[in-house]
Design a protein around this ligand. Structure first.
Ligand SMILES: O=C([O-])C(=O)C[C@H](O)[C@@H](O)C(=O)[O-]
Ligand SMILES: [Mg+2]
Length: 446
């Protein structure tokens, strides 16, 4: 008789890693980012791992799940998930505003802590049946390698702060050096893309906008298109532009842009879903979002109004099976699936590769911030981006193994931090005194 392993232990370990002073509409990334790691052990001795956003709200949620998980057979993972979902219902969560305006303090409520448990249980399940994760989720494996995109950022000048931004952690090539240097020009962005391509082989790029004047950012897109004529290029100002500005900029520079990600958002009493559908009508430019459709209720009007063509259904927003259900619907309706990301370690990188490998249809290259953290891996056998792709390993589950020494060091770093959440205004205020988030004003134009 086959003996199904049972869960004997659940550990929730908050960790921190180092980051560059990346600029977005919500401000500047701090020198550290935080995440929560979940390790579930079963009585066969296997360990399943998951990773999700940091912050005390999420750590608390994860700890509250322990009694639901411990003692149950790993094959009951769907039942465990249902029980966790019944328990969550964040009492302080906003009621649907989500991140329509990149209010980064709302991210903790858009993210579902259960997704880290889902990941760890599926990692165990994959080990039990001796299959990679992508073979046991959604409709199963759709591809053996997943294309990733090169995520470009403007970078603030850390020398204007007394914050301990990492420097000289990797001088092995141009990418290792450039990712820690201030970058605010068109030429700087093209240089960043070239260095990224040289190391990782990316064929597609996304520029994080909402930082400078829209025309200046579109000039960077144009220059990227000239440097990489075959690349899919996308600009994401996180809804900072007005509808009129987005339409004008798209008409002027649009040939260089393959698709626009959240070019505009809520304005004049219209929701982001309505405004993006007006943008579509005016430009016929494909649109992606990770802002106006972050759950099932938001997805319904988004698709009804044909507001977007590409939904970046982040598995940490939708759950693993949820994200793949979105992928199936989009594929059946002739639309496109992709995934959003925030700063993350190599456990999330492996998960996103596995989920994307199981997403049906012609998906768009997957977002990852990992290139900014490369070198800070927490696992042995970590997956790598080569030729712009991640090849799915033959090993079962996620295909990676937690390295306890590295995990302990990342936890130690976290313990030294006085603040565990994310507040992009803090670092930004060194560059512009009294800076506060404004969803309609690019970061450096305050
Ligand atoms: O695609 C996106 O909208 C993002 O990646 C938004 C995030 O806030 C990202 O810019 C970040 O984490 O700084
Ligand atoms: Mg986005």
């Amino acid at each position: 008789m086959v003996v199904i392993p049972k869960v004997t232990d659940v550990q929730v370990i908050p960790v921190a890693g180092y980051d560059s002073m990346l600029l977005t509409l919500s401000g500047a990334h701090y020198p550290y980012f935080t995440r929560n790691i979940v390790i579930i052990t079963d009585d066969s001795g296997n360990r399943g791992i998951g990773e999700i956003h940091g912050g005390d709200v999420i750590t608390k949620s994860l700890n509250s799940f322990k009694s639901i998980i411990i003692g149950r057979p790993i094959t009951e993972y769907r039942g465990i998930l249902n029980d966790m979902k019944r328990q969550v219902a964040h009492p302080d969560a906003d009621k649907g505003a989500g991140i329509q305006q990149l209010n980064i303090s709302n991210l903790q409520y858009v993210v579902h802590a259960e997704a880290a448990v889902e990941c760890a249980l599926l990692d165990l399940y994959g080990k039990f049946v001796n299959l990679p994760l992508c073979d046991i989720i959604g409709s199963g494996r759709q591809r053996d390698a997943v294309e990733m995109l090169g995520y470009l950022f403007y970078i603030g000048d850390h020398t204007q702060t007394d914050l301990p931004y990492l420097q000289n952690d990797d001088n092995s090539d141009a990418w290792g050096k450039l990712r820690r240097k201030p970058t605010l020009t068109v030429a700087g962005i093209v240089e960043q893309a070239k260095a990224m391509k040289d190391r990782y082989g990316f064929r597609c790029f996304k520029l994080k906008g909402g930082v400078l004047d829209g025309a200046e950012e579109m000039k960077a897109v144009k220059a990227l298109h000239e440097a990489f004529p075959d690349a899919r290029i996308n600009l994401d100002p996180n809804g900072a532009w007005t509808l009129d500005e987005a339409v004008k900029l798209t008409k002027e520079y649009g040939d260089a842009l393959t698709y626009a990600e959240d070019p505009c958002g809520p304005e004049n009493g219209f929701s982001g879903r309505e405004v993006l559908s007006f943008y579509q009508n005016a430009t016929h430019k494909p649109v992606a979002t990770n802002m106006i459709a972050t759950d099932w209720k938001q997805l319904y009007p988004t698709l009804l109004m044909k507001s977007v063509d590409i939904v970046l259904a982040d598995p940490h927003f939708w759950g693993i099976e949820g994200s793949l259900r979105v992928a199936s619907i989009l594929n059946d309706w002739g639309l496109t699936w992709g995934s959003h990301s925030n700063n993350h370690f190599d456990i999330t990188l492996a998960l996103y590769a596995q989920v994307a490998a199981a997403a049906p249809g012609n998906i768009t290259p997957i977002d990852t911030h990992f290139v900014w953290q490369d070198g800070q891996q927490l696992c042995d056998n970590a997956l790598n981006i080569r030729n712009g792709e991640i090849a799915i390993p033959k090993r079962p589950g996620l295909g990676i193994d937690i390295n306890d020494t590295k995990l302990a060091a990342a936890h130690e770093l976290y313990e030294q931090l006085s603040f565990h959440g994310r507040d992009d205004a803090k670092a930004m205020q060194y560059l512009i005194p009294n800076w506060t988030f404004d969803p309609k004003t690019p970061t450096l134009l305050h």
